[in-house]
Write a protein that binds this ligand. Structure first.
Ligand SMILES: Nc1ncnc2c1ncn2[C@@H]1O[C@H](COP(=O)(O)OP(=O)(O)OP(=O)(O)O)[C@@H](O)[C@H]1O
Ligand SMILES: [Mg+2]
Length: 424
């Protein structure tokens, strides 16, 4: 009998989430699909350190947009690669000093974070200069006979605050120290390599870093699918999800399929959507995550607005004629961004009815439907004077992006037995 069956009981009869920690954004995963090449490059850059520790000062730069595995791949590289290898090959320890420049924007506070939080060296009451701080770090490493991987994460914040001085300090860390055993090695993580480059004063240093730069691309939908599948395997019960759910999330977040979204290609966003949908399904005592859960979550997270949540709930209650009217409105919003005259809307609605083989409702009924939907807040109705017409007329519009809701409307129509193929 599968042990999952017992886990389920122990976990208070959770049916969806098997291992929650794997869905947390802070958990460095045991595998990182689609970052193998970047990890290999990183390993190549660190070869001098593992071959002849202390002989060469190693630096690397990683750049790329948010949520694409920059931080986690570096920690992964440290844990599974560098630390282990140095231990096995030389019996030497490598200490990870991961400092976020969002919290520590100045050179002094970056070095203080290493001294206090990583090495835990007691500090004198008077402030030390950066050179003195560095000296303390170097001495401590020497005493321990250990090496250090200093990761300067979100380094753009330090650049913005302190300009080039902080970057130049680390680039030239061992300048004038030729014969010293070089124990500190640095990885800069930035959003944009150009920003770092602009702050470097020395042309040689610029060129040097350029050749040590690894750019991370946002993930495509197929890459996200693999990442999600891997995560789902670790975190969810097999019976709790299917391929379709993972595919939908990947498609909506993938860099190649969701280019308009500022977070397109982000694994963090994709995992967050899976996690939120899983918790939603679980809260509703379901045993499977459905496409509905995913779509609801997508709108919530992509739109980042709770209004949309309510909107989706309301749309769920509409019958097929109201849904077709809404779809007609979405189609025409492109032509009439200020709002669609109700007469024009009625014509489009009739056309859609014809396409799907439904008999359109009569004029007065259509007007009533629009009034109902306006009362529910699904559409907005304003009375305005229309150009080239005799008098005042109703103009209909929505104040959310139709694209966020369109797919949902089609799904609901399908669920109501309408053949939506001609509308897609
Ligand atoms: N290839 C991958 N395989 C598995 N998980 C991944 C992969 N890439 C990213 N993730 C996950 O996505 C989330 C975001 O990754 P990470 O925090 O490393 O992004 P980042 O590039 O540092 O973003 P930011 O610039 O916002 O700090 C993490 O939960 C991470 O584990
Ligand atoms: Mg990061």
């Amino acid at each position: 009998m599968s042990s999952e069956l017992f886990d389920e009981i122990y976990l208070g009869r959770r049916k969806i989430i098997k291992n929650e920690e794997y869905l947390s954004p802070d958990k460095v995963p045991p595998r990182m699909p689609h970052r193998e090449e970047e990890l290999r490059k990183l390993a190549r850059l660190f070869l001098p350190l593992v071959e002849r520790p202390g002989s060469t000062y190693v630096t690397a730069v990683i750049s790329g947009v948010q949520g694409i595995g920059k931080t986690h791949s570096v920690i992964y590289f440290y844990k599974h690669g560098l630390k282990r290898h140095m231990q096995e090959k030389h019996g030497k320890d490598v200490i990870l000093a991961h400092v976020n420049a969002y919290k520590n924007t100045t050179l002094t506070s970056i070095l203080a974070a290493v001294i206090n939080n990583v090495l835990r060296i007691p500090q004198p009451a008077r402030g030390l200069s950066p050179r003195e701080q560095l000296d303390q770090i170097m001495k401590k490493l020497e005493r321990k006979d250990a090496y250090m991987l200093l990761v300067l994460d979100d380094f753009q914040f330090a650049l913005q605050k302190q300009g080039g001085s902080v970057a130049n300090f680390f680039v030239r860390l061992y300048e004038d120290m030729e014969n010293v055993n070089k124990r500190i090695h640095v990885i800069f993580i930035v959003r944009d390599f150009g920003e770092l480059e602009r702050h470097l004063t020395d042309e040689k240093a610029k060129l040097g870093l350029k050749s040590r730069h690894i750019h991370y691309k946002p993930y495509t939908s197929t890459q996200l699918y693999d990442i999600l599948r891997d995560r789902a395997e670790l975190a969810l019960y097999d019976s709790a999800y299917d391929e379709e759910v993972l595919m939908e999330i990947s498609r909506r977040v993938g860099y190649d399929t969701a280019h308009n979204h500022p977070d397109a290609g982000s694994a963090r966003l994709a995992i967050e959507i899976l996690y939120t949908a899983a918790r939603k399904a679980e809260a509703e005592h379901k045993s499977q995550i459905t496409l509905d859960d995913v779509n609801y979550t997508l709108t919530l997270l992509l739109g980042r607005g709770s209004d949309l949540m309510t909107l989706l709930e309301r749309i769920k209650e509409l019958d097929e004629h109201k849904l077709l009217l809404l779809l007609a409105l979405f189609n025409l919003m492109k032509l009439y961004p200020e709002g669609v005259p109700i007469g024009r809307l009625e014509l489009e609605y009739e056309e859609l009815c014809e396409l799907v083989g439904l008999r359109p409702r009569k004029h007065t009924q259509v007007y009533q439907y629009v009034r109902d939907m306006a009362e529910k807040g699904v559409v907005k109705r304003v009375v305005a004077t229309v150009k080239n017409s005799k008098g005042r007329s109703s103009i209909i519009k929505v104040d959310y992006s139709p694209e966020l809701v369109r797919k949902r409307v089609l799904e609901l129509l399908r669920a109501r037995g309408v053949n939506v193929a001609p509308l897609e």
